[in-house]
Design a protein around this ligand. Structure first.
Ligand SMILES: C[S@@+](CC[C@H](N)C(=O)[O-])C[C@H]1O[C@@H](n2cnc3c(N)ncnc32)[C@H](O)[C@@H]1O
Length: 101
């Protein structure tokens, strides 16, 4: 799905919303502060927003097959995660509702 123009996704994606919040709650039980975080398949930024709200992150990189608005202002890598080289020295690699695609 190309999220650049998908305006209602965040509102109607209830399962993805639940998954993103549950995932971040689980991460919080281990740690709340991270240096470099890399998110695979950020889409419209549903998980991204929860990560930024609830964790302390120094540097966030976003990846997706397609560009989306949430990528503005963050380091981003567009492309298939199986084909691109992720940055080195990451403290957390995170992804939600992506691998089933
Ligand atoms: C259901 S959306 C989930 C978006 C967001 N993570 C969330 O929690 O709402 C799946 C996203 O994964 C991306 N995606 C699927 N396969 C990918 C791949 N091989 N590399 C990078 N992104 C991928 C899609 O473009 C889409 O934006």
């Amino acid at each position: 799905m190309r999220f650049k123009n998908a305006r209602n996704y965040d509102e109607f994606a209830q399962a993805q919303n639940w998954a993103a919040k549950s995932l971040v709650s689980l991460i919080e039980t281990f740690r709340g502060e991270f240096g470099s975080v890399y998110e695979i398949g950020c889409g419209s930024g549903l998980l991204t927003k929860v990560l930024l709200e609830r964790l302390e992150i120094k540097h966030l990189s976003l990846n997706d097959l397609y560009e989306s608005q949430i990528m503005n202002g963050f380091h981003s890598q567009i492309g298939d995660i199986c084909q691109i080289e992720m940055p080195k020295g990451l403290d957390l690699v995170v992804s939600s509702s992506v691998f089933q695609w």
